[in-house]
Write a protein that binds this ligand. Structure first.
Ligand code: ADP
Ligand code: MG
Length: 241
């Protein structure tokens, strides 16, 4: 469903991603770990071209998103849902309006259809009862679940998560991970950057360890956490686990 092939990205003279190869099959959850600055966010951002790759290809459902016209790009962007560390909800819009806005603008859905879809997605993340609330009235965990609902409302083929729980108080992390676990069970294809190793053990099909802009190691959670093959992975895991 998502295939990253020979992806390279430089900022000026600094090469941040060097020949990244990664596949996420339909319905798979692939978990990405690695030290700060190793290029995890840049890789995710290349997957919907928030960053322009310097080389390589990114295939979503068999189509290279690095080729094609602007119109193609906009359509393909919609197929890749993205959830960030900060929830980025519009503070001046209600929860419902936050979820209907992109549907109406980007997908040209009419109001009743967009609202029905929004309610369905809010139901999915357990927040249908907060449709009329303002973002500031919600906890961080609830805001992040609204952000997930907003992404899902655009019917993405792949969901990318960049440290979705890093900004949350510890007691709110579980509710967001629960939503992600449900999504996985429903067959969503997901690429997740996170430090929640317990979640990775439970929910990830594969774990990818990045360092210095390359994939250093890849395997099942048991393989990577239980018996890391490289010294770099061992050193990183001993610091974070
Ligand atoms: P991670 O998410 O693994 O912490 P990032 O992808 O954010 O890593 O960053 C990888 C490297 O790229 C870092 O050295 C960072 O400073 C650099 N970088 C990221 N974005 C930019 C940018 N817009 N301009 C210049 N350098 C950047
Ligand atoms: Mg990052």
């Amino acid at each position: 469903m998502l295939e990253i092939a020979a992806l390279r990205k430089s900022f000026g003279d600094t090469e941040v991603l060097r020949d990244i190869n990664l596949r996420v099959g339909q319905g798979e959850l692939v978990f990405v770990i690695g030290p700060s600055g190793s290029g995890k966010s840049t890789m995710l951002r290349c997957c919907n071209r928030l960053e322009e790759p310097s080389g390589g290809a990114i295939m979503i459902d068999g189509r290279n998103i690095c080729a094609g016209t602007t119109r193609d790009l906009n359509r393909m962007r919609l197929q890749v849902g993205m959830v960030f560390q900060g929830f980025n909800l519009y503070p001046h819009l209600t929860v419902l309006k936050n979820i209907t806005l992109a549907q109406r603008k980007a997908l040209k859905r009419g109001k009743p259809e967009a609202e029905a879809k929004a309610m369905e997605m809010l139901e999915r993340v357990g927040l249908a009862h907060r449709a009329g609330a303002w973002p500031t009235e919600l906890s961080g965990g609830q805001q992040q679940r609204v952000a997930i609902a907003r992404a899902l409302a655009l019917d993405p083929k792949v969901m990318l998560f960049d440290e979705p729980t890093s900004a949350l108080d510890p007691e709110l992390v579980g509710s967001v991970l629960k939503v992600m676990k449900d999504l996985r069970e429903e067959g969503m294809t997901m690429l997740v950057v996170s430090h929640e190793m317990g979640f990775a053990r439970e929910a990830a099909d594969r774990v990818v360890f990045m360092d210095g802009g390359v994939v250093v190691e890849e395997g099942t959670p048991e393989e990577v956490f239980g018996a890391p093959k490289t010294e770099r992975a061992r050193a990183f895991l001993s610091r974070v686990m």
